[in-house]
Design a protein around this ligand. Structure first.
Ligand code: SAH
Length: 238
């Protein structure tokens, strides 16, 4: 399980590159396979569509059980809304006993945080707004709890073409607990050549383009804007 970071080669770890170099077979979602194309020449390459996660993991486990060294690539970190858990569950459920290594990567929230300044300096939560696998009611309850606890939040899967109301509801929940001037950072395709970064606030951020490849960071009540930066002070009192 190899986390390849948010996009470009500079954000990949050496461990990730070495794991891929040592593999004869590389499996992943088509877009992620393109992101590692510079280091996969000559290998068996299996690229599948976005919603074929179980199929992808099964295939990777099957090739590994046959004795091949397989890299199953995930964007960001494979343990953050990635496939690390699914692989471990599937291997156990199907009685496949092979050595598995999980290679961490820079997750989208961290990649965006570094572009914005230092919004994740203190306590924060990540929530996925995708209700494909989790009921919306559960996600709504978590949004309420995180908003009330004054945690900074990184929202993954904020919006897709078909899923638009979730982000509107999330914004309304946070607006009930935090001022409209609270900083909100938006990063789309962070770390790739199509990267866009925007800094807005709770009252205005919904007007900006936000899609499947975006991650959104909403500040806590102590969040500050310092020039073009978004900072959560740790409390040194500077
Ligand atoms: N394992 C990944 C997350 C996969 S879930 C990670 O650790 O980053 C897919 C969601 O991640 C997207 O909907 C988006 O919210 C976020 N994401 C992944 N790559 C991104 C990138 N380069 N820029 C911004 N958001 C990204």
């Amino acid at each position: 399980m190899v986390g390849i970071g948010p996009g470009g080669p500079l954000d990949r770890t050496r461990r990730a590159e070495e794991a891929i170099a040592a593999s004869g077979c590389v499996v992943g979602y088509t877009r992620y396979m393109e992101l590692v194309a510079d280091i996969t020449a000559g290998k068996e390459l299996i690229a599948t569509g976005m919603t074929r996660e179980v199929e992808r993991c099964r295939f990777a486990l099957k090739r590994a059980a046959e004795g091949e060294a397989v890299s199953l690539v995930s964007s960001g970190d494979p343990g953050v809304y990635g496939m690390a858990g699914l692989v471990l569950e599937l291997a156990a459920a199907e009685g496949i006993s092979i050595p598995i290594e999980i290679v961490p990567g820079v997750t989208a929230a961290q990649a965006l945080a570094a572009r914005l300044g230092a919004p994740l300096m203190c306590d924060y939560a990540t929530l996925s707004l995708s209700d494909l696998l989790v009921p919306w009611e559960t996600i709504r309850e978590r949004l309420e709890a995180v908003a009330a606890a004054d945690l900074v939040v990184a929202l993954y899967n904020p919006r897709s073409q078909k899923r638009t109301h979730q982000l509107d509801e999330a914004a309304a929940i946070f607006r009930r607990h935090r001022p409209g001037t609270t900083p909100v950072g938006i990063g789309t395709a962070v770390g790739t050549t199509e990267e866009t970064i925007a800094l807005s606030d709770l009252d205005c951020f919904l007007q900006l383009p936000i899609a499947m490849r975006s991650v959104v960071i909403i500040g806590s009540r102590t969040a500050k804007r310092i020039a073009e930066w978004f900072v959560t002070p740790r409390g040194y009192g500077v």
